[in-house]
Structures are given as C-alpha cells and as structure tokens.
Design a protein around this ligand. Structure first.
Ligand code: ATP
Length: 350
C-alpha cells in the first residue's frame, strides 16, 4: 500500500490557471474522489499525478519520496480513462497483458495473469475474444483488469463509468469499490457525480475553480459543508438566503434558530441556511411552533418509494423528502406548515 502527498500543486496553461494551491494527503489503501463541476481542474490534477502533465509549481511525494520528475512509465500507476483506450485489434487477454509484454514477461506468464485478472473482474473465459465483441460493461471490466495487471502503486480512474447506462453504472460503482477494498490499492477517482462519490469514497475532495473547496469523509461533507458551493454540489439541499439577527436568523418575516454555525457572524450580515430535504418536517396548515414557516404545496414528485414535496413559502421554494409510508396524502395547492428543526439548520457564511 502506498501513500501520496500533494504539496502546493499548481498548473497554469498560459493565462488559464487550471489548479492552484493544492495540498492533499491520499492515505495508503484508501479511495479518494475528486468531485466537482466541469472545468474545476479535476482531470488536470489526476493527469499531474499520473505524470501526463507536469505541475507549474509543487511536489508529489509517494511514500515520502519526490516523484515529481519521474516519467509516467516509471511511476507504475494503473490508469483507466473514460474513453477506456482499449486496443480493438487485440484480444481481451492481449489487452490485459499488454503492459506485461512490454516489460518482457513470457507468453505463459501473460496468459496466467490475464486469466487471474479476468476472474477478479468477474469476466472469466473471454481472454480469446476481441474487445469489439464485448458489451460496454464488459469493456469497462477489461480496462480495469488491464490497469491492475502491473500491480500498480496507485490506481487512477478518470470518470471510468460515465459512458454506462444508469443501472449498470450503479452496479459497477459497488463492484469497483469492493474490488478496491479487497486489493487495498490506493485509488483516486475523478467524477462529477456526487452520488458516485458518496457511494465509493473514503475521502471526497470537492473542487471548484481550480481549488480544493473541502475534503473529508463523505458524510462529514454532506452534513457540514464548508460553504454554499460545497453544500449545493454535494446532494440536494435547500439553500435559503437569511439575515443574521442577534442570535437568530430571519427568513423573510420568520425568525429561525440554528443549533450551530452562527458564531462569528455579525448581526445584520447575510448568510445562507442549508437544510437537507430529508430533515424538513411537514406539519398540518396552521400548526404553530418554533422554526415553522407557512406555505403552499407547489408540486409533488412521487417516485414510488419516496416522495419530494415542493413548498412555496412566501416566494422561497423549499423541498421536503420522505419515504412514502411516512407521509399523509399531499396534493399541489394545499396549505401546509414547514418545520426546519434547529439541529438540522447549517449556517454558511455568505
Ligand atoms: P471536465 O469534467 O469537463 O473534464 P475538469 O474538472 O476535469 O473538467 P480540467 O479538464 O482539469 O477540468 O480543466 C481545468 C481548466 O483548465 C479548464 O478551464 C480547462 O479549459 C483548462 N485546461 C485543461 N487542459 C488544458 C490545456 N491542455 N490547455 C489549455 N487549457 C486547459
């Protein structure tokens, strides 16, 4: 198992700064996700780690040793890209054993290793087929097996599942995560899909505008995002514009209390209040109480096992989510009361 450290990494392309001020530890054996919107610099950062780009500033330390000047082919990292980049003129087995052949392994060793890896990615018996004869999901597995053939010191994946349909992608997320845990290989995965990151990562690194906005365990980031950008990107959230008023918050005319996050904010300052949909409580119209706002149901999205209720509260739209069995029948147009429990209110500086 190997540990990677990034210290002060920056990359400029002419006048474009793709990434800047990146300090990060990727612990041995863990899976770290770079998550962020298009153009935030996640692929650039992965390519720097892979040695396909050199940083304008900063260092990469693998187990404490500076590998910044080491060329790609000497890093011994396994890579899977969105395009997969499989060789269509070779068989599955030849694709997987390609790096071993380059390194001078004999035919029997190549064959044995290819078969081992095909068993590992649950695709036995296809070594002699051509990759063009495989389905999208099977090709994905071959690309993963090929990247693992060299027993890589780091396993680097750039949106490897994004070409798959939703159902297969979700299944592959679990399979890939289980494989990574079984092998204990230190892995970095680039994705723009927050659900994929939440499913697979030990640590999520949320990137925005070329910088790390926050890094931490998935649930820590979900529950305590560092700013509104992270809160918005990671999961659906109600982000409400509020004003600090002493030790309370004002949402329009409604006074709200939050359990934490108000420290350090001056009275009169603007802030953003985050309340996750599953924390919002729906009450009968007119039921008074603290942290309650009157509203009108705007839309009900019923997807079978769960229901999302959109509520218009004097021009502010809120969404509440619950399991169907926990909700009474609700229809658009009805009056309702929304409760934002203080312990679920996260205050983010504007
Ligand atoms: P996506 O999810 O769309 O792939 P990303 O988060 O991976 O986006 P990058 O591809 O790393 O983002 O790009 C970060 C920024 O650097 C963008 O503004 C991009 O236009 C710029 N950039 C990336 N590669 C180059 C290059 N070779 N030359 C010039 N600018 C580049």
């Amino acid at each position: 198992m190997h540990e990677l450290r990034l210290q002060g990494i920056a990359k400029d392309y002419g006048r474009v700064t793709a990434v800047t001020d990146v300090d990060l530890a990727v612990p041995a054996g863990k899976l770290v996700c770079f998550l962020g919107p298009s153009g935030c610099g996640k692929t650039t950062l992965l390519r720097i780690i892979a040695g396909l780009e050199s940083p304008t500033k900063g260092q990469l330390l693998l187990d404490g040793r500076d590998v910044t000047p080491v060329p790609t082919h000497q890093r011994n990292f396994g890579m899977v890209f969105q395009s997969l980049a499989l060789f269509d003129h070779l068989t599955v087995g030849e694709n997987i054993a390609y790096a071993l052949r380059i390194r001078g392994a004999d035919k029997a060793t190549q064959r044995k290793r290819a078969e081992e890896l095909l068993a590992l990615v649950q695709l036995p018996g296809v070594a002699d087929r051509h990759v063009s004869q495989l389905s999208g999901g099977q090709r994905q597995r071959v690309a993963i097996a090929r990247a693992l053939a060299i027993d890589p010191r780091l396993f680097l994946l750039d949106e490897p599942l994004s070409a798959l349909d939703a159902k297969l992608r979700e299944a592959m997320q679990i399979e890939l995560r289980q494989l990574q845990q079984r092998l204990g290989v230190t892995t970095i995965l680039v994705t723009h899909d927050q659900r994929e990151a939440m499913t697979m990562a030990d640590i999520i690194v949320v990137m925005g505008k070329g910088r790390i906005q926050q890094s931490g365990a998935p649930l820590e980031i979900y529950r305590r995002p560092a700013n509104a950008f992270v809160a918005d990107f990671i999961g659906t959230g109600n982000l409400l514009p509020v004003r600090v008023d002493g030790g309370t918050l004002r949402l329009g005319d409604t006074v709200l209390t939050a359990s934490e996050g108000l420290g350090g904010l001056a009275s009169g300052a603007g802030a953003t209040l985050l309340v996750r949909p599953e924390e919002v409580q729906l009450r009968p119209a007119g039921e008074a109480g603290p942290n309650r706002v009157a509203g009108t149901v705007d839309f009900v999205r019923d997807v079978g096992n769960s229901v999302e209720v959109y509520v218009d509260c004097a021009g502010t739209r809120l969404v509440a989510a619950a399991a169907r069995k926990d909700l009474p029948p609700i229809a658009a147009g009805q009056s309702i009361t929304v409760e934002l429990p203080p312990e679920s209110c996260v205050v983010l500086a504007a």
